[in-house]
Design a protein around this ligand. Structure first.
Ligand SMILES: *Cc1c(COP(=O)(O)O)cnc(C)c1O
Length: 418
């Protein structure tokens, strides 16, 4: 079920301190997750988590994760800049981009980041932009359906990412010729997967493929990168992924394929690390009765796009009313002129009054970062709930000047940007 680890008093206090809406992140919870993940893979002599920056690209969060021994997974120029500004260098940065501007490889190589190639044509791009490093990672796409047992868990054949197996064979041969001394193998086959067999199944595929390619091409396999995709329970009836069981499953696969060890293991979790440790804190501002009952919030899809984009479920609670019966049925909406701007549709909730603090759960990954400016709506602030119980503003809310900043080419708007 969703994360209820913070009491309502924390949200109420935060909502008194900062204008809503804002995303609130729990520092202690993020540290707890980072430590639990490390423990789950403690059996591996060389394990590193590369937090997927796109999930929560805030410097304060990246620094917390750095203190916990994590690296970062970047996929764009600005994410590389964030990594650099927060002191990440070299093997603590993974650069996993696709269809990227070629200059981004130069930047990644200048930081000595590990480059994860998405396609066979990227070998030539990397050769021209930064050069072929001794250790290079390649992204595998086995095609078809990805199954765990008989259940289809993803459709790699439909996904734009990665090399086919014949391309891996040819690509690694080329990379070796161009000076690569060892390689890493990466794949991302299923998203938000709470099945404890996801990582072990994926690991089995990558371990076997990596071992076979390494023997065939006489190129050592330096590491396997299990990427992201471990899911979280957004819905009340879902259970939390037991990360210790996941680590144990990967260990069994590892020992089967690499009884003598020697292959490092990497993950790039985003959602699992921070998703449950964020909440979008809002006020109810409108009540409307027409053909349905609506509650309007001061937040909208510009602050949390997942429900509008994927029909994703996010749990909603009303501060001070956790024990009230859920005897009202509401559509909970934002203010966009776009009918998919609904955080919940036909949701059973306690009676909501204007002024109530309404909390949307599990917004700590792919929440703020997916935000946008449709309808001229502005992105919210981000607040850190620190371990000592204090709050710290870690990103201010946008102002109209931010919105108009890119119009500085227009005489009229130069004034506004001063
Ligand atoms: C998005 C992404 C991740 C993180 O995915 P989560 O679902 O947040 O775990 C990791 N690696 C790559 C290459 C990604 O694109």
């Amino acid at each position: 079920m969703p994360n209820f680890s913070l009491p309502d008093e924390v949200f109420e206090q935060a909502a008194k301190t900062f204008p809503t809406p804002f995303h609130l992140y729990d520092e202690a919870g993020i540290r707890r997750n980072a430590r639990e993940l490390k423990q789950a893979f403690a059996w591996c002599e060389d394990f590193e988590e590369y937090f997927a920056v796109k999930a929560l690209p805030n410097p304060a969060i990246l620094r917390i994760l750095k203190e916990e021994g994590c690296g970062v997974d970047c996929s764009s120029e600005t994410e590389l800049m964030l990594a650099e500004a927060n002191g990440f260098r070299g093997r603590d940065i993974m650069f996993s981009a696709n269809a990227m501007p070629p200059e981004e490889f130069d930047h990644a190589r200048a930081l000595s980041a590990i480059v994860n190639l998405d396609d066979i044509t990227h070998i030539e791009i990397l050769r021209r932009h930064g050069g072929i490093p001794e250790t290079v990672c390649v992204r595998y796409n086995p095609g078809g359906d990805f199954k765990i047992g008989t259940e289809i868990m993803g459709n790699p054949g439909e996904a734009k990412y990665g090399f086919t197996l014949p391309q891996l064979r040819e690509g690694l041969r080329q990379l070796k010729e161009l000076g690569a001394k060892r390689f890493g193998l990466h794949a991302f086959l299923s998203s938000n997967n709470t099945d404890e067999e996801y990582y072990p199944t994926l690991a089995g595929i990558l371990f076997r493929t990596g071992r076979e390619l390494s023997e065939e091409l006489q190129l050592p396999l330096a590491f396997v990168n299990l990427s992201g995709g471990v899911g979280i329970p957004y819905r009340p009836e879902q259970k939390k992924t037991d990360i210790m069981a996941v680590g144990e499953g990967v260990r069994r696969a590892y020992e089967e394929h690499f009884p003598n060890g020697g292959v490092a293991l990497k993950t790039e979790l985003g959602r699992w690390m921070t998703g449950p440790m964020g909440w979008l804190v809002t006020h109810a501002t409108h009540r409307k009765e027409t053909y349905r009952s609506y509650i309007g919030l001061d937040a909208c899809a510009a602050n949390l796009m997942r429900p509008a984009m994927y029909g994703a479920y996010h749990h909603i609670t009303v501060c001070g009313k956790r024990d009230w019966p859920c005897d009202h049925t509401y559509d909970v909406t934002g203010c966009l002129c776009e009918n998919n701007d609904k955080f919940a549709i036909g949701r059973a909730l306690p009676r909501i009054d204007i002024g109530d603090v309404v909390v949307i759960h599990d917004t700590g990954a792919h929440g703020y970062s997916m935000g946008y400016n449709y309808n001229g709506r502005l992105r919210s602030a981000e607040v850190l709930y620190r371990e000592d119980g204090s709050f710290r503003l870690i990103r201010r809310a946008e102002t109209p000047a931010d919105y108009f900043a890119t119009l500085d080419v227009d005489e009229c708007y130069k004034e506004l940007n001063r």
